[in-house]
Structures are given as C-alpha cells and as structure tokens.
Design a protein around this ligand. Structure first.
Ligand SMILES: Cc1cc2nc3c(=O)[nH]c(=O)nc-3n(C[C@H](O)[C@H](O)[C@H](O)COP(=O)(O)OP(=O)(O)OC[C@H]3O[C@@H](n4cnc5c(N)ncnc54)[C@H](O)[C@@H]3O)c2cc1C
Length: 451
C-alpha cells in the first residue's frame, strides 16, 4: 500500500500533527489538518530539539531556522540553588550533522507551517474536530455541523486528547504534585549558557533563544496545589518568585526580570493498551504524554511522525501499518517516558545529606569520567528513526525473505529425514549444514535490519 492519493485527516496542528502532515504529504498523501485554535502558533517559549528530533526535521525538509536563529549549546551547567555554586558541566552538541538546538517555539512552528503549505497540506483553523466512529474503515471527522471522510485519521491532539478519552479507554490522569512555569525574558547575551539550578523539591532551567536575544525559563516545583494541564493558564510573576525565593545568585536576577508567566500542572497518565483502532491512530503527547525533564516530548512526536508515515506507506494495509507503527514506537517512547520522570528526582533532592552526595557524585563524574555522564542518554540522542527502523527492508523484500526462510526450512527438514537412506548422504549432510548456516545468516540480517 502506498499513501499516495489517500486521504488523511489529522486532528491537532501542534508539532506532532504538523510533522505528521508533512511526512505523509511528502510521500504523496492528501492531508487535512484540523486545529481548534484560530492560528497555528506555539506559546512564547523555548524548545530544545536534540539530534534524534533534528534528523526527522531534516528528512522532512523543514529548516528549523527558517524563521529565527537557533542556539547551539556546548554544555549544560548544573548549579546549586543557594548562591548558584557550580556543580558540574555536561558537554552537549557532539553530533556535527545534527547539533542540539534551542529554538523559539513560534519559530519552529513557522518553519513547519511553511513546509506543510509548500507540500499542499490543507489547514483548517478554528476547527475543533471529533471522530464520529473510530471503529470503521473509512472514519469521519466532524467539525461543527460538517463531516468529512478519510482513509485514516491521526489524532495528535495533545496531552488532553479528546480522541484518547473517547476511543482508547484511557484511565484518568493524576496530578503528580509538580507544576512547571514557563517564561521568557529579553537579553543580549550570545554566550548565555544552559543552566540547571537544583534546589530542594524544585529546579530552574534557563537557556538562550534567538542567538541570546532572549532567555527561556522553565521552573518546576513540587507542591500540593494543582494547576490545570493547559498552557493557557497564566500566573503572576510574584507567585513564581515566591516559589523560588530561596534561590540566590544569577537565578534570582533572572527571575526578577519575569513579566509574564504561564503555569502547567504535571499529570501522570496510565499507559494505553493500544495506540490505534481500525483506521485511527494516536500520536505525540496524545499517545504518550511525557514529563519535561528530558526535553523529549516534541522529539518523540517528531520520531512518531516519521515512523508512522513510512509504516503506512510500506504496509499491506492501514491496519498493518498502524500495528507496525505502534510496535516500533511504543517501547522507545515508554522508555523515554520513564527516564524523564526519574530525572526530575535527581534535580529535586530535598534531603541535605543526599543532596551533597548527589552533587559530589555529579561533580566527580564530570571531572573523572565526563563521557559516562555525557553518554548516559546516547540511546536517546543517537537514535536515528530514519536509518534505524525496519523500513530499510521494504515490504516486498520482507516477504521474499520469509519465503526463502520457509523453503529453506522445509528443504532442511526433508533432507534431515531422508539423509540416512541416501547414497550421497555425506554430500547432502554438508549441503544441509550450508543451508542451515545460510538460513541463520539471513535471519540475522533480517533481525538486524528490523532494529
Ligand atoms: C515545561 C515543558 C517544557 C518542554 N520542553 C520540551 C523541549 O525542550 N523539547 C521537547 O522535545 N519537548 C518539550 N516539551 C514537550 C513538548 O512540548 C510536547 O511533548 C509537544 O509539544 C507535544 O506535541 P503534540 O503535537 O503531541 O501536542 P501539542 O503541542 O499539545 O499539540 C496539540 C494540538 O492539538 C490541538 N487540539 C487539541 N484538541 C483538538 C481538537 N479536538 N480539534 C482540533 N485541534 C485540537 C491543540 O490546540 C494543539 O494545537 C516540554 C513540555 C513542557 C510541559
């Protein structure tokens, strides 16, 4: 099956939805994106795109710097909260082909929209969409009083996905006792660094945007008072400053400049049994909501987009393609989810003795074995969803490999059962071993290509 000429409806015009639209349109699919907001714009905040995400953007022909320059951090500095005492430095950005980028979200979104429009993707704004029935082979999207049929629907409707709630037996989300504030402040410092200030039950991350013309702030606090899981919720800068009042040094200086801030409650979501039903699939945060402590939610949505489009393009049917998409993506996305939640705990050490131990260990490792700190997450950053998926072997080749294996196994069995009675028994025995070896090699190649 090829996606060429097929109709795809995508619910949600965030990073995941737009990337999927581009990936499918690039392969020849006809795509309509439904976005409930009046315009395609991201909140005024930063986003970090690591090599695995950038590999996808590059493959999709998206220039992340189309609308504004990115920063390329050389390292992350870890500091203690009190006076900003230096703890450790972890080098970043080691991949010359796909450097680690820090972008303004609005710039990334503008780049995605420009590419999607160039490929002829239809974008409907002010279009709050719902699926009429997810269990049919030609599902329908309803927006207000109008409906439209599609060959397949991809729901990239975010962490509060209505599609997940309506059709995927999602359990209810639980507040984790953590909230995150986001803000930006103007700056003029092209050398500004990425810094994590680690405090008691809270941490603050700052990094430069647009070549140091802005500083992005993400501040996470553990607290009992919940906040909605929604970036539209504003808070007062005073609340943010009060929560981080014990932070000293540069952190306090940065917080004192905040004028506008949004707050977001972090919620845990029970994992889903499946990410697809008939011709409908979930993608990005809708499939696997992620804590921000690894800065990987958008990167995972980009990976999903690339894998989903190719899985559909190379499958026998939509169901086969969606099943392959889930099989390839689920383990990886779930592993990153669990790393992201444990990372928060390292930053938030409240016990003073444990904090000293953790900080001393980080300091020691960054000096004695810096590569062990830097390489801890290689499996995330060095993964390339384009070259490391089974699509290197096309569906026809996969079929042929299976046929060859089947014939070889049958032949081997036949020979094995008749070998004793045959006048050329020895020759056949060698042929048998040769064939077995060839089968093993073929299977090994096959498995290697699927990884
Ligand atoms: C504090 C914080 C910092 C982060 N930093 C990073 C980072 O540095 N790097 C990184 O990779 N990730 C980061 N993330 C995660 C990242 O922002 C998300 O994982 C990513 O944006 C998810 O993209 P998405 O397209 O799946 O969903 P969203 O971006 O949420 O998009 C969903 C879209 O669907 C629309 N929609 C919803 N319902 C409907 C409907 N019924 N009809 C039509 N439209 C609908 C919404 O309006 C929205 O536009 C961070 C997250 C947080 C909370």
């Amino acid at each position: 099956m090829s996606v060429t000429g097929k109709d795809f409806g995508i619910i949600g015009g965030g990073i995941g939805g737009m990337a999927t639209a581009i990936a499918i349109a690039q392969l020849g699919g006809r795509v309509t994106v439904f976005e409930q907001a009046p315009k395609l714009a991201e909140v005024g905040a930063g986003i970090q795109i690591s090599a695995n995400g950038l590999a996808v953007l590059t493959e999709l022909g998206v220039d992340p710097e189309h609308a504004g320059p990115a920063s390329r951090p050389q390292a992350i500095e870890l500091r203690d909260y009190k006076a900003g005492r230096f703890v450790a430095r972890i080098r970043q950005n080691q991949n010359p082909d796909y450097p680690y980028l820090q972008l303004h979200r609005a710039d990334l979104m503008a780049a995605l929209v420009a590419r999607a429009e160039k490929l002829g993707v239809t974008i409907q704004l002010n279009a709050k969409a719902e699926i009429v029935d997810a269990f049919v082979e030609r599902p329908e999207i309803r927006v207000g009083k109008t409906t439209q049929f599609f060959d397949a629907i991809i729901a990239a409707d975010g962490v509060n996905s209505q599609t997940r709630q309506d059709w995927f037996e999602a359990g209810s989300a639980k507040f984790t006792g953590q909230v995150a504030w986001r803000a930006t402040i103007p700056a003029d410092n092209p050398d500004a660094k990425t810094t994590v200030y680690m405090g008691r039950r809270k941490h603050l991350v700052t990094y430069p945007l647009r070549g140091g013309k802005m500083i992005n702030i993400v501040a996470v606090q553990e607290r009992k008072l919940a906040a909605p899981q929604d970036w539209q919720t504003t808070d007062t800068p005073e609340n943010l400053r009060a929560a981080f009042a014990e932070f000293g040094g540069e952190a306090q200086d940065i917080l004192s400049q905040v004028k506008n801030v949004r707050v977001w409650g972090l919620y845990g979501h029970p994992p889903l049994q499946t990410w697809w039903r008939a011709h409908v699939a979930l993608l990005g945060d809708a499939a696997h909501p992620m804590f921000p402590f690894m800065a990987q939610g958008a990167c995972m949505a980009l990976e999903d987009a690339s894998v989903l489009a190719r899985a559909l393009d190379e499958a026998w049917s939509f169901k086969h393609g969606l099943a392959r998409y889930e099989a390839i993506r689920k383990i990886r996305a779930t592993s990153v989810q669990s790393i992201a939640s444990s990372n928060g705990r390292i930053f938030h050490q409240s016990n003073p003795i444990l904090r000293i131990i953790v900080q001393t260990a980080l300091k020691g490792m960054s000096k004695v074995a810096p590569k062990s700190l830097e390489g801890r997450f290689d499996w995330i950053y060095k993964y390339n969803p384009i070259t490391q998926t089974p699509f290197k072997i096309g569906i026809i080749k996969q079929f042929l490999v299976h046929v060859v294996i089947q014939i070889a196994v049958q032949l081997a069995l036949f020979v094995f059962l008749n070998i004793e009675r045959h006048p050329y028994g020895d020759v056949i025995r060698w042929l048998f071993f040769g064939t077995t070896l060839a089968i093993c090699l073929t299977i090994y190649q096959h498995i290697r290509a699927r990884r």
